[in-house]
Design a protein around this ligand. Sequence first.
Ligand code: FPP
Length: 244
Amino acid sequence: MAIFKKEEKSNIIIPQHVAIIMDGNGRWAKKRGLPRTAGHKKGANNFRTIADYLNKIGVKYMTFYAFSTENWKRSKDEVDTIMALFKDYLEEAFERFHETDMKMNFIGDRSVLRPDLIELMYKIEDVSKDNKGAVVNIAINYGGRQEIVYAAKEIARKVQNGELDPEKIDEDLISAHIYTADQPDPDLIIRPSGEFRLSNFLIWQCAYSEFWYDNVLWPDFSAKDVDRAINDYSSRQRRFGGVK
Ligand code: FPP
């Protein structure tokens, strides 16, 4: 496992919230003459490794893009495999929750997922809610636009019930109605596999996030790559629209 070199440590700024688009599983498998599903299997294992590493180096919030609202367009076989890998992880996380200090949270519209998955997701959130380690958000059936629609409906209901004055709607109020309410916005968004797109990921939250892209495919993305991304992030000047 990579750990920052001593001489680098003093200049390193550990981001509070790291968000990752786990891209390149299909290409990883294709390069090896394997079915795409083999890439997802390796990618799901790598999620475990990278989440543990981020927790270990002191990242307090992390968000992983596991399945988007658009990913249902993939073949049934591929969707079924991703859901099966997700279920394997959920079962493991539920059985072994006491072995980790991480707090699990699922973002996205879970209502259309299989009932066995939904039940496990609620159970894991419940058993891990008092953990003191990093908050791990897994985005599943998640879309940034869908999240904003969800927030808009919640706010509209409150206005309709007379609980909320429309004049009180501001950025903070919208932030308080999205899935990551109470969490800081991502400082760093990582997208491996050489794509330069946001793909509907955290579009409200990442207004001032720093981006890091690389050609490495997700199943090969390692703790060393996390270090490279954080080294680069540490050298950025964040101005949030101001002047420094
Ligand atoms: C993107 O690569 C990857 C996905 C759409 C699925 C990611 C899912 C997992 C890693 C498994 C989820 C499970 C857990 C435990 C979180 P791609 O298939 O688009 O790759 P490509 O661009 O090379 O085709």
